[in-house]
Design a protein around this ligand. Structure first.
Ligand code: NDP
Length: 335
């Protein structure tokens, strides 16, 4: 595959220019471009520049507000709600972070319900940012119906990811962020684009049979990880990021899209816990480290997030390699 080498700052400028050219104001464009390049830097390609044509189509269709101005209100002592004003999620995250942290410091625990936003992408950026400030954090979001319920054949749940972050002393936080599907949708789309196969566990065709062809999975249904256990987590996340906060289920989000196949509109629930307020303020960091050391003492292990941090350290100097086809596509969006 032919590629184009870009420094992180050139990649950011490319993303920013493309978004500004296609209907986003500076505040929204900076937030989205920043988040895309964060994903590229950590080599989380399914949430990087790969998404640009889709993001542009969302704004051009008039569904996504490129001039969104998110607002936060406090519904209860520990409950905040942010209205994303119909824009992409990254600006909402920027605006919501400080009130969430202030509320969690005050209460010991706080929840932030994000509503009326489009495409809540990867969850590690917002959970990691909270843990960098000392919080333990959880995040949940839905998407479009891609995953069949256990035993079923038709898509019903989103690939519904969940993120978790734990603060560490003098080190980046421990973060895991994973789909409840066996494979993220974006990874299957990238496999289809690049002509690669996917594991048999990834999904089924429209006939309900397992397949390694990503194009057949995209026409059929994805599967939860670990069979019914992943499907139950997907259902829990549907409830937390949907009915609990007055937002769409994945099936409702797809109906709302009306067949445009644009970015999904929906919500996200974030929980922030201040570990200093849970009865062991002098111990939790050391005891967390004890667990991580015990994990790493076993041969063959690593901690979640280690791959991302190693990628981040490399791309800071090396920059990124963008598929030439995608680079051209992004440039064409500015023609
Ligand atoms: P992966 O399966 O690639 O990774 C899931 C987590 O497991 C990561 O934190 C990863 O860390 C960690 N991990 C992987 N291998 C190991 C290992 N051997 N030992 C310990 N930890 C490990 O992620 P997914 O494919 O499930 O999801 C990819 C992204 O897509 C996520 O950011 C997710 O939020 C996002 N997504 C978004 C959706 C949406 O609708 N908004 C839907 C579905 C997914 P590391 O990163 O360091 O490899």
């Amino acid at each position: 595959m032919s590629t184009v080498k870009l420094s992180l700052s050139d990649a950011y400028d490319l993303a920013l220019e493309c978004l500004l050219h296609n209907g986003c104001n500076r505040e929204n464009a900076e937030a989205v471009a920043g988040r895309m390049i964060q994903a590229e830097a950590d080599r989380c390609y399914s949430h990087g520049l790969f998404r640009m044509p889709w993001y542009v189509s969302g704004v051009k269709s008039g569904r996504v507000n490129g001039h969104a101005s998110p607002t936060v209100e406090r519904l209860a002592p520990g409950v905040l709600r942010m209205d994303g004003d119909g824009g992409y999620a990254p600006l909402g995250h920027r605006v919501g972070q400080a009130p969430l942290m202030a509320c969690a410091r005050e209460q010991g625990i706080a929840a932030l319900a994000y509503v009326n936003m489009f495409h809540i992408a990867a969850l590690w950026p917002e959970t990691e940012a909270l843990a960098e400030e000392g919080f333990c954090a959880f995040a949940f979001t839905g998407s479009y119906p891609y995953v069949a319920p256990a035993g079923g054949k038709s898509p019903l749940f989103g690939t519904n990811p969940m993120g978790f972050a734990w603060p560490r002393k003098d080190r980046p936080p421990l973060v895991f962020d994973q789909a409840s599907a066996a494979m993220a949708r974006g990874e299957i789309q990238i496999a289809a684009r690049d002509g690669h196969s996917v594991p048999e566990t990834a999904g089924i065709g429209p006939d309900g049979e397992t397949t390694t062809d990503p194009n057949v999975v995209l026409k059929g249904a994805q599967l939860g990880f670990g069979g019914y256990k992943g499907a139950s987590l997907a259902m829990m996340i549907e409830l937390l990021a949907g009915p609990l906060i007055g937002e769409f289920l994945s099936i409702e989000s797809q109906q709302d899209d009306g067949g445009l196949k644009g970015p999904p509109k929906g919500g996200e629930l974030i929980l922030a816990l201040d570990p200093a307020r849970f009865g062991a303020p002098d111990e939790y960091l050391e005891r967390g480290e004890r667990l991580f050391h015990a994990v790493l003492d076993q041969e063959g292990t690593r901690l979640p997030g280690d791959r991302r941090h190693a990628s981040r350290a490399e791309t800071r100097h090396s920059g990124i390699e963008l598929p030439a086809r995608l680079h051209r596509e992004i440039q064409d969006l500015m023609a």
